[in-house]
Design a protein around this ligand. Structure first.
Ligand SMILES: NC(=O)c1ccc[n+]([C@@H]2O[C@H](COP(=O)([O-])OP(=O)(O)OC[C@H]3O[C@@H](n4cnc5c(N)ncnc54)[C@H](OP(=O)(O)O)[C@@H]3O)[C@@H](O)[C@H]2O)c1
Length: 291
């Protein structure tokens, strides 16, 4: 594949997910595509689900060429519970599903006063309700059979911080984070672990076209990231693999921010340096400071 991939085998045991099947929604593009690549490197078989079947099939062809694993592609609009029922039945028809990655999402930039109810509903239906529909269909099977599966939701730091012009997506991501906490508690007795990865801004074709729109914005965002760069989808993969691995056996209902520190509060220190430079830079002595 063309995009930089996360070198999963440099971090994780190469057979970590052999004999496992991972269902990834939105697995044909962006972050989901790279997550698929990470699991495939570690031997997992995959089920990829999204609306555009041709894109899933190209991903499947590349993954088969690269790793020779099994890949099933299923067309599904996750906002439609009936389609989700059929898709999840199709996923389990390929064999037991062991890990679910709810990665599919939708977003757009709109001043909230100009947002139409139709657009609000479309985003909430996909991001929040769609995540719930897929989770419910998969987990009720696990509860029935006693399989202790893993769910990893692709949330967002906007779900914690809010983000102007992204009201429905931010609200839906907050909902996903809360849903993970609720279900982590409710389904712990079934051994089901449900956690989320919350990326900050990530450069994908989808996010560039919908959100960042030009290179100047990328540059501005990069300056706000304490770790100093604008990440690509490959930066998100390791955390998803971790949450699916036995290393995360005792973690449920948790959120991991994968944002290079972007969502942390801007430090007062920067203001001090700007407006009181002598005090901020003066050397500390060993004597008790006058506070
Ligand atoms: N990029 C970022 O800055 C960023 C930051 C935080 C969180 N995230 C989250 O990361 C996830 C992936 O985003 P991305 O940047 O990789 O964008 P992307 O490439 O556009 O991925 C979105 C995926 O979701 C699928 N999808 C959208 N609506 C769907 C629906 N109704 N039913 C089924 N599948 C649907 C799309 O496939 P189809 O169009 O074929 O359906 C696509 O594969 C999203 O949940 C996003 O909110 C991204």
């Amino acid at each position: 594949m063309k995009a930089d991939r996360f070198d999963a085998r440099a971090v994780y045991q190469k057979d970590l997910f052999r004999e496992k099947r991972v269902l990834i929604t939105g697995g044909g593009s962006g972050i989901g595509r790279l997550v698929a690549d990470g699991f495939a490197q570690l031997g997992a078989n995959l089920v990829l689900a999204a609306r555009k079947l041709d894109r899933l099939e190209s991903a499947r062809d590349e993954l088969l060429g690269d790793y020779g694993i099994q890949v099933t592609c299923l067309q599904c609009d996750i906002a439609d519970p009936k389609q989700v029922q059929q898709m999840v039945a199709g996923a389990f028809a390929a064999g037991e599903v062991h890990v679910l990655v709810n990665n599919a999402g939708a977003n757009s930039l709109r001043p909230t006063e100009a947002l139409t109810p139709v657009r609000w509903k479309a985003i909430i239906d996909t991001v929040l309700s769609g995540t719930y529909y897929v989770t419910r269909e998969v987990c009720r099977r696990w509860i029935r059979t006693g399989y202790a599966g893993r769910v990893i939701n692709m949330a967002s730091t906007t779900g914690w911080t809010g983000s102007p012009y992204m009201a429905p997506s931010g609200a839906a991501k907050a909902g996903i984070i809360n849903l993970g906490r609720t279900l982590g508690s409710e389904w712990g007795r079934h051994g089901i672990r449900i956690n989320d990865v919350s990326p900050g801004p990530v450069f994908t074709k989808g996010s560039f076209e919908r959100l960042w729109l030009n290179e100047d914005v990328i540059d501005l965002i990069q300056k706000r990231v304490p770790l100093g760069r604008f990440p690509g989808p490959e930066d998100i993969v390791g955390s998803v693999l971790f949450l699916a691995s036995p290393a995360a056996d005792f973690i449920t209902g948790a959120s991991i921010a994968v944002d290079g520190g972007e969502s942390l509060k801007q430090s007062f220190g920067e203001l001090v340096e700007k407006f009181r430079p002598r005090r901020a830079t003066q050397d500390e002595t060993e004597s008790r400071p006058d506070l």
